[in-house]
Design a binder for this molecule. Sequence first.
Ligand code: GDP
Length: 721
Amino acid sequence: MDLDPSANNSASAGNKSSSKRKTPIQHVRNIGIAAHIDAGKTTTTERILFYSGVVHKVGEVHEGAATTDWMEQERERGITITSAAISCNWTNKGGLFANLPHTINIIDTPGHVDFTAEVERSLRVLDGAVAVFCGVAGVQPQSETVWRQMDKYNIPRIVYINKMDRTGADYLAALESIRTRLGANVHPLFLNIGSEEQFSGLIDLIEEKAYIYKDAQGMTFEVTEIPAEMKETAEHYRTELIEALSDVSDKIAELYLEGKPIEANDLRAAVREGTLKSSFIGAIPGSSFKNKGIQMVLDSIVDYLPSPADLPAIETEQDGEKVSITADDSHEPVGLVFKLMTDPYIGKLVFFRVYSGTISKGMVLRNPRTRKTERVSRLVLMKANDRIDIEAAHAGDICALIGPRNAVTGDTFCGESMDVSLEPPTFPEPVISMSIEPKSKADQEKLSKGLQALSEEDPTFRVTSDQETGQTLISGMGELHLDIIRDRLIREFKVEADVGRPQIAYRETITTASEGEGKFIRQTGGHGQYGHAIIKMEPAERGSGIVILNEIVGGVIPKEFIKPTEEGLREGAQNGVVAGYPVVDCCIHIVDGSFHEVDSSELAFKMAGIFAFKEAMKQAKPILLEPIMEVEVTTPEEYLGDVMGDINRRRGQIQKSETQKGVVLITANVPLEMMFGYATDIRSLTKGRASYSMKPSHFEQVPNNLLSKIVETRSKAPARS
Ligand code: GDP
C-alpha cells in the first residue's frame, strides 16, 4: 500500500514530459465516481487525490475546500456539476499488478437529472466506475438513476459503501439493498471491522488478512490476522465469494469443487474477469471522512476496472465504409470532446478522450462537424487545480487541448486525412426558457460575452433575442440547468442580471403547403425602397428546423438580395403567427420576386422576406408544439397502479413497462408542462420508494382544448421564448 503521498507527486504546473508514452495502456484507468448527492462523492475523490499524492492537505467538504469543486457555486450547493477530469497515480504493492505504476483519470460525473445529456456523455468517455453508496441510506433514488445509466452503457464497476462511521451504518444491509433494488450481483471483497464509532478496519476476504487503523484519522494501518471473533463471519463470506466467482471462472469452480486451496491472485483474476463482463461486482466498506478504506478502493480500481485496451473497438463510418477505431498509438488520431471549460489563466480548455493514435503539441486536427482543421497549441493534464504541460497524449488518455477555437462538447477531432464522427452532433431543442436582463448598462457587454462562452461549452444551452421586446432569452434543458447558468454568470463573468420566470419553450410549425408574397415598397422623396419576394413552403420532418432553398431563375431577385431575403425569412420564423413562438420544421422555397434598379436595398428585401413568411405561414394551417419528455420511473410493483394512474392524469402515454425482481421500470412520454412538481408528487405517492429521470424526447401538437389558454397567457406575458 502506498502511504507516502509525496512519492507520487509531480503536480507542479509547467513540468514538461517527453512525447513517449509513460504509462503502458494496460496501466491506465479512466473511471467515474458515481453517487447519489451527499453519499460522499466529493469527499471520496478528495481522499483519492490525497492518497495518490496530488494534494497534500485534505480539504473538507463541509469547510468548502474540496479540490474537485472548482466552482464556488458548487461549494455552496455542495453538489458537483462539472465533468472535470483529474489525473493521479497509484501503485499497488501486491495483487495482479504489483509494483506497476498506474495512471488513474477520474472523470467527474454530474449527478442531477437535468444534466442527463452530460451524464451520458461522461459515461461514454469512462471505462469503469466506483459507485459510492451511503452505508446508512443504501440505495437512494438518484443512485438508482445513475446505476441504470451505467447498466445501459455496460460499465464495469466496483461498489464502495461509504460513511461506515455514521450511526446506523450497516454494510451488509446496504449491499442487500443494492441486490434487491438494483438487481446487481454484488459481493463483499472486504468486510468492515466494527461499524459506527467502532469502525476500525477492514478484513480482506481474498488475502484473509485484517487491516487495523492505528489512529483515529486513519492515516496508517497495521496488517494482522483476522480477529478471532470475526473468523467465522469472514470464512462464511469468503466461501460465498468463491461460490460467486465459480460462476465466472471455471478454474475457481474446479478448485472449489475439489476442495483445493485457491491462490489470492486466482481469485483476483476471477473478480477482474467478472467485473469486465459486468456479471460480478465487488464491494468495499469505508469512511472517506475518516480516511478508512480509500487505499483498498484505489487497489481495487487498478486490479478490477478495465484499461482502455480491454474495450472493444468502436465501429463507425467514413465515406459510407465501416471503420474500426482501436486503441493503438500508431493509428491516425481520433478522440472525443466531452467537456469545455474556461480556465482563468490559460483560457479555453477542451477536455478530450483519445480513442486512437497519438496527439502531440502543434498537431493539426480535423473537426468533421465544422469541416475545418485546428491546431493544438498546448496539451495539459489536470491534477486537481494544477495543470501539467505534456508533449503528447496517447490512445486511451484523457487530457485537455488548448488551441481549438471552434470546439463544442460532443465534437470529434481526428487526423487530417480522416473524416469520422464518434458521436452524431445532435443539438436538441431546449424545453425551458427565461428572459435575462443586465442590471446596468455596464453589465451588457459582460453579459453577452458570458452567454457566448457558456453556450459554446454546452450545446443544450441557447441564447436568442426576442424581436418584439428586444429581450435576451436563455433556454435549456431544465430549471436547474438555467439556474446554474445564472450563477455562473454572476460568479465567473461578474455579471449582475435579472431573470424572468421559467417558461415552457413552445414551438410552432405548419401542417400544409402554402404560398406567400412579401412586398416592401416605399416612395419617400428621393431614394425609395423596393423589395419583393414570393415563396412556397411545406412542412418538413421533425427536428429539421428551417430549411431555405433558393429557386430563383433569371435573376428576378439579384444575387446580392438573396441573402437578405433569407435573413428576413429566418427572422420571420423567430416569431410564429399562432402565439409568437419560434417556428420549426418547415421548408421554404424562394420562387419569384422583382426588383428596382435604384430603390432596391438589402433592408427592403429583408422586410419582404419577413412579410412573405408571415403571409405564407397564416395559410399553412399553423399549430403549436409542446416539448414532450421521456420519463423513466422505477417503482416497486406495489405502487405500479398509483404511478400509472398519475402518469395518465398528466396526459402521459405509457410506452413500456418491464418488471424485474419486484421492481417495475416504466417508460412514458409526458408533456413537460405536466411535469412541474413531479419530484414531490412521486415521493409522496410511493413513500419515497420510486425514482425517476427524464429527458427531452420530442415536440408534439398541443391539444386544441389547451391551446387558447396558452395563447392567452402568452399575450399577457412580456417574456417570449
Ligand atoms: P457528494 O454530494 O456525494 O459529493 O458528497 P460529499 O462528499 O459532499 O459529502 C456529503 C456530506 O457527507 C459532507 O458533509 C461530508 O463531510 C459527509 N461525509 C462524506 N463522507 C463521509 C463519511 O465517510 N462519514 C461521514 N460521517 N460523513 C461523510
